[in-house]
Design a protein around this ligand. Structure first.
Ligand code: ADE
Length: 231
């Protein structure tokens, strides 16, 4: 790849990349700061999208149009949905779905975007394989490939997270990945989402999120750091 876009939603999720970048040029578009520069000798464009699907979508389209990125990696934290996952564990996206897309009143299944070819946006195979491989090297068995569910909701209830697992087969839930994935698919740009679990999206999620976000962000950084070395 010529230029790789690296997105995180929050400061914690991008600050280590920023510290290790070289020859950084800053550009502001739509109120978002884009840091273009070198990282392990590769050209990357790093940015903090802000939280939620709209921020993630706008950021992704700007990375593609203005900075000409030819691949996008999202790095950050998520709530675990698969009951086998614990705080600190890693999810590498196989595909992404917007769990808050709800046109069930018109007969569409939950998560389905009406009149589109697909609502499941599939990760790039090469990026996914590399992410899983380096994740396994660093974190051993605490890594799963699976479906990333995104919605403009912080999930913090056992009942809600249970449905995300049983009805939508999610591995984890967060607030940006499926928006990045949809925009990448619309533009035919390869992507992968890498998330380390900060919480279990249950009754303890707020407390755990506050406690573990920094460590989980660091986990995700270590994976993307190794990926960028090997790409
Ligand atoms: N990001 C981290 N934890 C989350 C949760 N429980 N819900 C949504 N986004 C999250």
């Amino acid at each position: 790849y010529q230029t790789i876009g690296v997105i995180g939603a929050m400061k914690e999720e991008i600050e280590q990349f920023h510290e290790h970048m070289e020859q950084v040029t800053e550009t502001v578009r739509a109120g978002i700061t884009f840091y273009a520069g070198g990282f392990h000798g590769k050209n990357i464009v790093l940015c903090k999208s802000g939280v939620g699907k709209v921020n993630a979508a706008v950021t992704t389209q700007i990375l593609i149009d203005t900075f000409g990125v030819d691949a996008i990696i999202f790095t950050g934290v998520a709530g675990a949905v698969d009951p086998e996952l614990n705080v600190g564990d890693i999810v590498v996206s196989t595909e992404c779905l917007q769990h808050d897309m709800d046109v069930t009143a018109l007969g569409f299944p939950r998560g389905t975007i009406p009149y589109e070819k697909t609502s499941l946006f599939v990760s790039d195979e090469r990026l996914r394989h590399l992410a899983s491989q380096v994740s396994a090297e660093i974190f051993g068995g605490r890594v799963k490939e699976g479906r990333v569910l995104s919605g403009d909701q912080f999930i913090a209830s056992r009942e809600t997270v249970g449905k995300l697992y049983t009805e939508l087969n999610g591995a984890c839930t967060e607030m940006e990945g499926a928006a990045v994935a949809q925009v990448c698919s619309m533009n035919e740009i390869p992507f992968v989402i890498i998330r380390s679990m900060s919480d279990k999206a249950d009754g303890s999620a707020e407390v755990n999120f506050a406690e573990f976000t920094v460590q989980a962000s660091e986990n995700s950084y270590r994976i993307v750091d190794q990926m960028l070395k090997q790409l």
